[in-house]
Write a protein that binds this ligand. Structure first.
Ligand code: 13P
Length: 249
């Protein structure tokens, strides 16, 4: 039985002091032992958020990481900086990073390999545009993203990974995918993992849905057979996130 994982992606929101206030506000609301709860926060918020989350079930994750160990990469965050701060999860290849910061399937693959090398669990993002959905190439596109992202990743590593299926047309638009649409793609991702690795790896890997998840849509989405939780943007900054995390209560 896969444990659900519900993660917030704060994106470029919350100053360090706002981060502390938000963690303190949400702490009592997101208690749910059935679920892994992760707040992926801007790099500058990691340490204060970690401090504020102490003694709660909230784990603090990062939104990005570079694929080199250290050195002359001005502005980047290294894997060791994350592990030293106690980070266990990092979002890799969010569609916003692909669109605005020129991330590719190849750099995503390098980052995933580096994260595993340091014992950090990547939350690997994939998703199609509205045009691709209308062209009927969603599944082909997602399979390609997954296959490149997981190149040279071992089965054992893959089994511990998290994949976030986030249709780009559903992100920040209020247009949530139907639970059937989300389930169809999440099932295809699991089948792709079974093909690349084996059934046991496919059965273990956790697959989230992301894109306008709300307290209203979460219960139906998370009840689908291949959806193991969510990656939540806007609603993770509000008390509503407590309702999303407690979708099963
Ligand atoms: P929204 O929940 O705001 O649509 O964002 C989804 C997302 O991009 C999470 O990574």
């Amino acid at each position: 039985m896969r444990k659900k994982i519900i993660a917030g992606n704060w994106k470029m929101n919350m100053t360090p002091s706002q981060a502390v206030a938000l963690v303190n506000e949400l702490k009592p609301l997101v208690a749910n032992d059935d679920v892994d709860v992760v707040f992926c926060v801007p790099a500058i918020d990691i340490i204060p958020a970690m401090e504020a989350a102490k003694g709660s079930n909230i784990q603090i994750g990062a939104e990005n990481m570079y694929f080199e160990e250290k050195g002359a990469y001005t502005g980047e965050i290294s894997p060791e900086m994350l592990t030293d701060a106690g980070v266990k999860y990092v979002i890799i290849g969010h569609s916003e990073r692909r669109e605005y910061f020129a991330e590719t399937d190849e750099t995503v693959n390098k980052k995933i390999l580096k994260a595993f090398e340091h014992g950090i669990t990547p939350i690997v993002c994939c998703g199609e545009t509205l045009t691709q959905r209308e062209q009927g190439i969603t599944i082909d596109w997602i399979r390609q993203q997954i296959k490149i992202a997981f190149q040279n990743v071992t089965a054992e590593q893959a089994a511990s990974a998290v994949i976030a299926y986030e249709p780009i047309w559903a992100i920040g638009t209020g247009k949530v995918a139907t639970s059937e649409q989300a389930q169809e793609v999440c099932a295809a991702i699991r089948a792709c993992i079974a093909e690349v690795y084996d059934e046991a790896t496919a059965a273990a890997i956790r697959i989230q849905y992301g894109g306008s998840v709300s307290a209203a849509s979460a219960p139906e989405l998370f009840a689908m057979a291949d959806i193991d939780g969510g990656l939540v943007g806007g609603a993770s900054l509000k008390p509503d996130f407590g309702k999303i995390v407690n979708y099963n209560k």
